[in-house]
Design a binder for this molecule. Structure first.
Ligand code: ZN
Ligand code: ZN
Length: 217
């Protein structure tokens, strides 16, 4: 599996290029800045972009959708809850104050349990609401792309529109903690002591995950 990461945009989002070495098909996750450089590196590696995937609809993660789509022709995929919420006029006004315009409508929605095929690779869409209603993780081949649901040593804030701390803990407990301990975590920001981690390490060290696991609801 080909995995490349680059920190992009005003709020230092981690964009990931994930490609199939056999077919050269690839997806890009949250290309939220440096779109021309990302598109050039995809081309340089001989990869064909089949989709732009957003882990969630926060505008710091979707800011590059329009230009990336224009440069590559690839469709934009995200969960419908975030596509709707973050284009809602009142929510768009909230984020416009931070300098972000709402994203253009997604081309296709990702739903929980769906398998996203990338050449010979396949990734399961796991709906993990909490940080936002339409947050998703991508799980496959021993890796979990977590967006802002889970960071190394932390988890995403829940004070933005549509966020819920209780829902985030439930997602961490029910959807994330049960994954194999050796699963490599690829977070949406590099906020921890290392750029990546494993589910096992986070279950031991991450206070959010520890709290989620011990929670009975
Ligand atoms: Zn976010
Ligand atoms: Zn973020």
């Amino acid at each position: 599996m080909i995995i490349r990461s680059r920190t992009v945009g005003a709020l230092a989002v981690k964009a990931y290029i994930i490609g199939c070495p056999e077919t050269r098909e690839a997806v890009i996750v949250d290309p939220a800045g440096s779109e021309r450089e990302l598109a050039a590196s995809i081309e340089k590696e001989g990869l064909h972009l089949i989709a732009i995937v957003n882990t969630h609809g926060h505008p710091d993660h979707t800011a590059g959708n329009a230009l990336m789509k224009k440069l590559t022709g690839a469709p934009v995929l995200m969960h419908d809850a975030d596509d709707r919420l973050f284009r809602d006029p009142s929510v768009a006004t909230f984020f416009r104050a931070w300098g972000f315009e709402p994203h253009p409508p997604a081309d296709r929605y990702l739903s929980d349990g769906e398998e996203l095929r990338v050449g010979a690779l396949s990734f399961r869409v796991i709906h993990t609401p909490g940080h936002s209603p339409g947050s998703i993780c991508l799980y496959g081949h021993g890796h979990l792309v977590t967006g802002d649901t889970l960071f190394v040593g932390a988890a995403g804030r829940t004070d933005l529109p549509g966020g819920s701390f209780d829902t985030l803990l439930a997602s961490l407990r029910d959807r994330i903690a049960s994954l194999p301990d050796d699963t490599i975590v690829l977070p949406g920001h590099d906020y921890g002591s290392t750029p990546t981690s494993t589910i096992g390490r986070e279950k031991r060290e991450n206070s959010f995950l520890i709290q989620a696991i011990t929670l009975s609801m």
